[in-house]
Design a protein around this ligand. Structure first.
Ligand code: NAI
Length: 320
């Protein structure tokens, strides 16, 4: 049971692998037998500049340890070149980890068009371009593993990160959709929500906590989700510090806002029913669009058959 999980014969592309989390992923995949494309533009944490040394150093480290790796210096916005590097050097692509990222944090009142655009380009468009280039190969070979990198800011929001949170939340929708479109081709797409001490979190995660939040503690979670033995598809996994959890969408049981198909919905009814609408005690967790929208079809059926009990409303009792 404890046999090592390996990636021999697999070709893994890791974007933004010149440092931080991406480097940890690249080293682990290569250490377990994969051929790795180490992509990194080598710019600064705000997305300015470029430097081939970022990717070169990681490739050198992998090769010094006896592993197989090549560098690619394109921005993820030119994702097709990154996938081409995999095909040209290793003849195939099996795993894509969309990890490259930058920050342009600013309170929303001060956010400029370029702060917004650059963040969407690198995170969202970068993942789109790189994944689209890999997708046809994954489909043709009926095998693919994709990781998209979201963040707690994307799930919950965070002060000063409207641009970044929007892009990261966008990646969750992107991932969830690909998980559905790819399922029948054995393409699994999952989302990771990491926390790690890296260049990106300098000044956010205090230096004394960096040891506890080492990027290499996250890499095994990503590697497992990308392994051929892992069936998981369409999940969001939050992980850091040697701990991992799964995120899900949860919604309340809800409440009727009218009792008959012929009635309208009054604002006052919404007000009076608000406690029930927002009450999470009997919550449910839809996992696909049919389940989610099916609830409204059920509600319509009940309205049609007259099976909705009378609404107990404050304004009716008060105003009548
Ligand atoms: P990092 O700054 O150490 O690594 C990101 C790498 O991406 C850098 O080497 C950078 O040169 C590269 N990169 C940036 N723009 C690129 C582009 N256009 N094309 C190719 N490469 C590019 O940062 P870290 O912390 O390792 O972040 C990795 C990912 O994890 C990012 O997507 C980040 O948003 C995400 N993340 C990180 C968290 C953390 O606590 N470190 C928390 C939540 C998400």
């Amino acid at each position: 049971m404890n046999r090592l999980l390996r990636f021999d014969g697999r070709v893994v592309v890791v974007t933004g692998a010149g440092g931080g989390l991406g480097k940890a992923y690249a080293l682990l995949f290569a250490g377990r037998g994969a051929s790795v494309v180490v992509n990194d533009l080598g710019g600064n944490p705000h997305g300015d500049g470029k430097d081939a040394r970022a990717a070169d150093k990681v490739v050198e480290e992998i090769r010094n340890q006896g592993g197989k790796a090549v560098a690619n210096y394109d921005s993820v916005t030119n994702g097709e070149n990154i996938i081409k590097t995999a095909l040209d050097n290793f003849g195939r692509v099996d795993v894509l980890v969309n990890n490259a990222g930058i920050l342009r944090d600013r309170s929303f009142a001060k956010m400029t068009d370029s702060d917004w655009d650059l963040i969407q380009q690198v995170h969202l468009q970068g993942a789109f371009k790189t994944t689209r280039a890999a997708w046809e190969h994954f489909r043709n070979q009926k095998y693919g593993r994709i990781i998209n990198t979201a963040s707690t800011a994307g799930v919950l929001g965070n002060f000063g990160q409207a641009n970044y949170a929007a892009a990261k939340a966008g990646l969750i929708g992107f991932s969830n959709t690909l998980s559905k479109e790819g399922a029948k081709f054995n393409i699994h797409t999952n989302t990771i929500v990491p926390v790690a001490g890296s260049r990106l979190t300098e000044g956010i995660i205090p230096p004394d906590l960096h040891a506890g939040f080492r990027p290499d503690l996250i890499a095994p979670v990503v590697a497992w989700l990308c392994h051929e033995n892992c069936d998981e598809n369409g999940v969001i996994i939050e992980t850091a510090a040697g701990y991992a959890m799964k995120y899900v969408w949860e919604r309340s049981k809800g409440a009727f806002l009218r009792t008959k198909l012929t009635e309208d919905v009054e604002i006052e009814t919404v007000r009076d029913k608000w406690g029930e609408i927002a009450d999470m005690t009997e919550s449910e967790r839809p996992t696909n669009i049919n389940e989610a929208i099916g609830k409204f079809a059920e509600a319509l059926e009940k309205l049609e058959s007259g099976n909705v009990p009378p609404l107990v409303l404050d304004h009716v009792t008060k105003e009548n």
